[in-house]
Design a protein around this ligand. Structure first.
Ligand code: EPU
Length: 416
């Protein structure tokens, strides 16, 4: 199993280009199922989850021409509208096939995603929404089996803000008969990016980026080209790493407008952050100050940045309270950070982080994608060597992370 060996203590310095967004690429790739004409997607990050999504589509009969950071998908002949257990268990985002398959083929079998490291993560709202559009849904042998003639537009209220739930229902509604209104929809930039791709394919969508999305169904969608937005969580992770190491880093191709909550907290921590249209420059002189935060759906502080900010708070001056409101078990990194000497107490959904001068290297284990990112940040500031084990979690969301951090001066290597 591969590991990362990191010798901390070097302030990050230099420039890094932000990659395409994983959580925008995944629904956009799934959207190819909605049309018989090819969808060409550019700025696709080269990640395990993206490869899994392409593999999933290929098994259904989609033809995929994969190039570096681009893929052309042709779903003109889909013969197996199935997302099998062995792929869904490695990637929950496989659920994004459910809406498009049901809408275009009138049938889908998608393995029911189980719980995961960060929480229970039910998909009841995806199912309820499709049922409201007239789909019949049965749970059979661990699979969600959806059938429908043509989906019908509906008013759908989601009592919890769900990102992939909104995406699934928005895709399904594109081919439904009549108008669908999604209320309490997710406002995440990735939802907006998907909507833009669907609109380029001929979908009639308005209100994306607000909590009411209205979709007027059409008979069919056509081919299109779409470039995936840059990854705001990858960008935020580099910014947090720069702040923690007291470095000076410039991000090119950054999704600036989608990072307001994160940049606000970095400034509160004492960083100087300058933004331009597509770039962000951060510099941190001296020790960061502790910053309290509470995760919330967009435009609130992203749950996908919570772990990285706990790492930053570990070496900050003062005590911070970090409250996680989206997932019920997203503090798995805390135990591992304690192995590096961090002072953190968790009570309910709040972590109290007491900053200390420095962390000390140890072997730590990644438990999920963002937890592993927080361990890398902590390792970059720790004295001595830190070995981060189980980095396949990290490879799901960060492309060539060690090479890019090494370019910023980090002493980091991948070891077997
Ligand atoms: N929820 C329900 N019922 C549902 C759907 C969701 O109760 O039918 C609950 C969840 O259990 C959770 C909350 O709603 O408590 C929000 O979950 P959401 O559905 O928004 O999460 P998701 O769509 O499964 C996406 C990202 C996650 C990110 C969350 C929150 C993708 C592929 N995944 O997940 O990304 O944390 O939104 O922003 O877009 C990551 O990249 O590390 C990651 C986990």
């Amino acid at each position: 199993m591969q590991k990362l060996s990191i010798h901390g203590g070097v302030p990050l310095s230099g420039e890094v280009r932000v990659a395409g967004a994983k959580n925008a690429a995944l629904p956009i790739l799934a959207a190819s199922l909605l049309s018989a004409a090819p969808l060409r997607v550019a700025n696709v990050p080269n990640l395990n989850d993206v490869r899994t999504m392409i593999e999933l589509l290929k098994r259904m009969g989609v033809k995929a021409k994969v190039q570096p950071h681009a893929v052309e998908l042709d779903a003109s002949s889909v013969d197996e509208p199935v997302a099998p257990y062995e792929l869904v268990k490695t990637m929950r985002a496989s659920i994004l096939a459910l809406g498009p398959l049901t809408a275009r083929f009138g049938e889908a079998r998608v393995s029911l995603p189980g719980g995961c490291a960060i929480g229970e993560r039910p998909v009841d709202l995806h199912i309820k929404g499709l049922e409201a559009m007239g789909a019949k849904i049965a749970i059979e042998a661990g699979y969600i089996h959806a059938t429908a003639k043509r989906l019908q537009g509906a008013r759908i209220f989601m009592d919890t803000v769900t990102v992939t739930g909104t995406e699934n229902l928005m895709m399904a509604a594109c081919l439904a008969q009549g108008e669908t209104v999604l209320e309490n929809a997710a406002r995440e930039p990735e939802v907006v990016d998907l909507a833009r791709c669907l609109i380029a394919m001929g979908a009639r969508i308005r209100g994306e980026g607000t909590d009411v999305i209205v979709i007027e169904g059409v008979h069919k969608l056509h081919g299109a080209e779409h470039a995936v937005m840059p990854d705001r969580i990858e960008a935020g992770t580099f910014l947090a790493a720069a702040a923690a190491t007291r470095g000076h880093v410039r991000l090119a191709e950054a999704p600036v407008a989608s990072l307001d909550a994160v940049i606000d907290k970095l400034r509160e921590a004492g960083a100087t952050v300058k933004t331009a249209a597509r770039s962000i420059e951060i510099s941190m002189r001296g020790r960061p100050r502790a910053v309290g935060l509470r995760t919330a759906p967009y435009p609130g502080f992203p749950t996908d940045m919570q772990a990285q900010f706990i790492a930053l708070n570990c070496v900050a001056e003062g005590t911070a309270f970090v409250t996680e409101t989206i997932f019920e078990n997203r503090f798995m990194h805390v135990q591992e950070l304690r192995r590096l000497g961090a002072h953190i107490e968790v009570e309910g959904n709040t972590a109290m982080v007491q900053g200390i001068e420095s962390l000390a290297g140890a072997t730590v284990m990644a438990t999920d994608l963002r937890a592993s990112a927080s361990l890398v940040i902590a390792a970059l500031v720790a004295t001595g060597e830190t070995v981060v084990d189980r980095i396949y979690h990290l490879d799901r969301g960060y492309e060539k992370i060690e090479a890019r951090l090494a370019e910023l001066g980090a002493r980091i290597a991948r070891v077997s």
